[in-house]
Design a binder for this molecule. Sequence first.
Ligand code: XUL
Ligand code: CO
Length: 436
Amino acid sequence: MSEYFTQVGAIRYEGPESRDPFAFKHYNREDVVEGKTMAEHLRFASCYWHTMRNELSDPFGPVTARMPWDDGSTTVENAKVRARVFFEFLAKCGIDYYCFHDRDIAPEGASLAESDRMLDEVVEEFARLQDEHGRKLLWGTACLFAHPRYAHGAATSCEAGVFAYAAGQVKKALEVTHRLGGEGYVFWGGREGYSTLLNTDMKRELDHLAAFLHMAVEHKKRIGFAGQFYIEPKPKEPTKHQYDSDAAACLNFLREYDLLEHFKLNIETNHATLAGHSVEHELEVAAAAGALGSIDANRGDELLGWDTDQFPTDIYQTTKVMLSVLSAGGLAPGGLNFDAKRRRESFEPVDLIHAHVGGMDAFARGLKIAAAIRADGRLEQFRKQRYASWDSGIGAQIESGAVGFEELAAHAAAHPEPELASGRQEMLENLINEFI
Ligand code: XUL
Ligand code: CO
C-alpha cells in the first residue's frame, strides 16, 4: 500500500506522552466518550479539493506543492492516479470519510456530455478504491464557481442558459454522489451573490436560487438518493455579498421558500469568522432551528480578513465546537470535514499528514474536554439556574401562553422591582479553563 507516502506507516494512537509527530496523542478511534466511540462522534473527512488539488499558489506567486504522482495533465488517467494516492492517504491517517466537487476528481470536457463521461469513468475508480480501503463519502458537491461561465453566478446568473448548465451539472453530481453511497450533498453558493447592486435584480436571483434547489429536491427523490442536503453559509469571497451570508440568512431563505424540511446547514469555522460570528454562534443558530448538519472544520487568522482555511489547532475553539455538537446530539450523518489547506510554505506531501493528524488530535481533545465539562455539570447547572424564574409562577405562565399584556402589567404593578443575578462570565470562563 505504501506507494506514495513512503516515510510513514499507518498513524497510530500513542497517548499524550508520545513525541512522535506521526502518532496521535489524543485521537484513539475506539475510545468511548458519552457512549459512542471517538470515530463515531467525530466522523472525520478530508476534502479532495485542498488535499489533492490545491497546489498552493497565491495571488503573488505560483504553485509550490510537490505532488510527484501528478503528471500535470487533465487526463482521466492522471485523475485516477490522484485518486489512488488520496485513498492511500485516507487509510494511513485513519480518516473514514472524504468530500469532493465533481471537477476536483475528474477533468472538465468540451461539453457537459464529455465531462459526464469522464466523471463516470473516474467515479468507478473511486467506487473500487472505497471498497479496497474501506472509506466512505461524507458528501459530494458540484463546482459551480471556477469555470468562466459562472462569472455571474450559477443558479443566480443573469443568463438563463447558465442556470440550465448548472442544473445539468448538479443533476450529474447528485447521481454520482448517490452511486458512491454518499451520506450527504452540499450546496455552497460559490458565486451566488453580487459584486454590485447596480446591475442586480436581487429578488429575481433569489427566486431562481429557490427554484434551483426545489428542482434538486425533486431530482433527489426521482433517483432515490436518501442523503442529507446541506447549505453552507459564507458571507463574502468570491462575491462582495453572498446570498447565503450566515446561518440565520440561510434559515430565513429556506423558510421563505418552503425548503427548510429538505436542508440542514454545513457550518464552516472560517466562514463564521468572516460573517463576524464565532463558529459556536453559527452552530447554536443552526441547532436552535433543528438544522445543524455538518461542519467544515478549519480556522481563520484573526489578523487576516480572508478565508485562510487553516487547519484547526486551537483547543479552546475545538472544545466550544464539541460542546455545541454534543448538546445538539451529535453530527451524524454529517461529520467534521477538514476544508483546510496547508500554508504555501508547507509544500511537501508529508505536510498533508502533519496537518490532518494535528486537526484530528485537536478535535479529539476538544471532544474529551467538552465531555468532561458536561460530566462535571456546573456549566449546565449554572445556565439552567439562570432561567429558573421561567420554571414556575409568572415565567411558566408566559411560556405556556396563559397570560398577555393585561395580566403582565397587573403582575408588574403588584410586585417589587425584579431582582437580577450576576451573569458570572468571568467565573464561567475560569471554569472552562479548569478543563483545558
Ligand atoms: C469555499 C468552501 C467550499 C465548500 C464546498 O469557501 O468552503 O469549498 O465547502 O464547495
Ligand atoms: Co467549506
